[in-house]
Design a protein around this ligand. Structure first.
Ligand code: 13P
Ligand code: SF4
Length: 322
């Protein structure tokens, strides 16, 4: 076994059974060989399963971090292990590189919650009010927006506009959380993350009772009541940074379930408590599909030029400010 394979196995065994870890290894090694031959870089979101996160990633991170990586890559192919809007954002920022997603059905309840007509109607109702779109949107929605944001920079982006009102789409909860943090009024759309909308204040109360001193770390796609009941809210990368700084032993993670497997291996001395809810879209990506993606060059992200050019402006404005 090579040194790299040994290291991968060690990481996998920190979150999977030795049997599961060993079963994944041949496929992981095959993918890692093929990605070199094909001059491909594999970007992996924090919600991917441990065998993808630890086994085949060249870069892991949150939406903002992965967008930045995508913009700077010099390779022939990017394989995006995440959801469709993330792969689209990578394509916007690196248009000359082939961007592949292993399953075209890896969508997102937020990005599917809004249409171009919805955005146009909001703009007509609130003329002159800037449109801030969450990165969890299609390129067509970004093309209708003034500026993009992620959960890692939403408050900073909204404040930077120097206005008292924004149209914030499509995540109603993130919009309300950002409005509370910045004091800027957010006109929202009723989009929700199908994972984060399920967490409740009651869940937090129960964990606090069971584990005194537990630190509650939540994603800002949760409801404002849940975010207020938490000790910290931030992007998936922000959560990792916060846990690294925290002195608490018990940590409650109020976010997608695979994230806890991935951070558990980074902080083996901490005790993670998780009401486990999986994102069915993120879970569409598997090692088998990544292998097929590399072998057959599927599924390529292709965007109409006019849409891509407009959408890129919104994303580049964000990157210039963050
Ligand atoms: P992050 O940008 O915080 O990684 O979040 C992406 C996402 O889809 C959360 O549900
Ligand atoms: Fe979309 Fe929620 Fe899944 Fe993130 S966790 S990709 S916001 S459905």
């Amino acid at each position: 076994m090579t040194m790299t394979a040994h290291n991968i196995l060690e990481k996998l065994e920190s979150v999977l059974t030795p049997f599961e870890a060993a079963a994944y290894l041949p496929l992981i090694e095959k993918i890692n060989r093929l990605k070199k031959e094909k001059n491909a870089v594999i970007l992996v979101h924090n919600y991917q399963t441990p065998e993808i996160y630890h086994g085949i990633a060249d870069f892991t991170g949150d939406s903002l971090g992965l967008s930045r990586q995508a913009a700077n890559l010099d390779c022939e192919r990017i394989v995006f292990c995440g959801v469709h809007f993330m792969a689209e954002t990578a394509k916007l920022l690196n248009p000359s590189t082939k961007v592949l997603i292993p399953d075209l059905d890896a969508g997102c309840s937020l990005s599917e919650s809004i249409t171009v007509e919805d955005v146009r109607a909001l703009k007509a109702e609130h003329p002159g009010v800037p449109v801030v779109c969450y990165v969890n949107t299609t390129a067509a929605i970004k093309a209708e927006s003034d500026i993009c944001c992620t959960s890692g920079n939403a408050a900073r982006i909204v404040k930077s506009l120097g206005v008292d009102r924004v149209i914030f789409i499509p995540d109603e909860y993130l919009g309300k959380n950002v409005a509370r943090e910045t004091g800027v009024k957010a006109i929202t759309h009723p989009g929700r993350c199908m994972v984060h909308e399920q967490f409740t204040v009651e869940d937090i109360k129960n964990y606090r009772e069971e584990f005194p001193g537990i630190e509650v770390v939540a994603h800002p796609e949760c409801s404002p009541a849940v975010v207020q009941a938490a000790d910290y809210a931030g992007s998936t990368a922000g959560m990792v940074d916060h846990i690294a700084r925290s002195g608490a032993h018990h940590i409650m993670l109020v976010t997608e379930c695979s994230m806890s497997d991935n951070v558990r291996s980074l902080f083996p001395q901490k005790d993670f408590r998780v009401p486990c809810i999986l994102c069915p879209h993120m879970k569409k990506i598997t090692l088998e599909k990544v292998l097929k993606s590399l072998e057959e060059d599927v599924y390529e992200i292709v965007l109409p030029k006019e849409t891509a050019d407009k959408a890129r402006l919104a994303v580049e404005r964000m990157l210039a400010l963050s």
